[in-house]
Design a protein around this ligand. Sequence first.
Ligand SMILES: [Zn+2]
Length: 342
Amino acid sequence: MKKLLPTSTAGSLPKPSWLAEPEKLWSPWKLEGDALVEGKQDALRVALQEQQAAGIDIVSDGEQTRQHFVTTFIEHLDGVDFEKRQTVKIRDRYDASVPSVVGAVSRTKPVFVDDAKFLRQQTKQPIKWALPGPMTMIDTLYDGHYKSREKLAWEFATILNQEARELEAAGVDIIQFDEPAFNVFFDEVNDWGIAALERAIEGLKCETAVHICYGYGIKANTDWKKTLGSEWRQYEEVFPKLQQSSIDLVSLECQNSHVPMELIELIRGKKVMVGAIDVASQTIETPEQVADTLRKALQFVDADKLYPSTNCGMAPLARSIARGKMQALSAGAEIIRRELQA
Ligand SMILES: [Zn+2]
């Protein structure tokens, strides 16, 4: 990546209202059969065009072909029964009815590879593809088979590695693993979570990223954030070990969050995708606000390793707000580029 401060989004973008009900997670599809396949591809094209129009440098599919960043991947695997549901606590935060692991898990066919090929055909820009991380996957399931979080995470890491290798072959430049669970289960992250992530990226030649956030702007998350106090130091628990890992990029929440910026120093040497857009707020940041966050981050990350981004996915936002936020991100990054070149 030659351009200084290349911009990207953390992942999901809002879906068009003709494809799924807007501003809602797990929103059911409005189309079916061949019309749904076509509709998802059209939505992907729109999401790409909106990123391009906003001046985003590293583009994605906006997660237009999936209902949810974790469950859609798991739906494609063997060994998980979606009819047999159990209530578990997700990330120690809220109860949810989740599918059960009933046998050995495996990937019998590629999950997102055709979608990635389709996106690759549409653009010559660098593309980033998000997958759920192993620890976040196990946290969204009831495990009645392995009865070991570590063992199940390891199995998922092996499956994710198969998918990641095919995404790389399809021309994806950056493969990102979403691990919000890294912000919650610190002992497990250090004991085996980062090792499982390393298993997922084993043998890859493309760049790899891990996204660690405080979640979408949904009520369960904003309520949880209120309990975290004035300084959010969760990153401090896992950064030292992450710094030692072979992950290339770390994607973080920095805008309007109470994360002390100096914690980024703990991953010195990594490329840092600095979240300079708050996805839990309907207010569109000004370019100057974005620039201010990036300026603060530059105290702890070298300019050639700073990747301006969003705190998290924007799926639950209105499309016009997501567009405005992407434009602000580009404009804010441009302010800093000019300052650095002056
Ligand atoms: Zn996130």
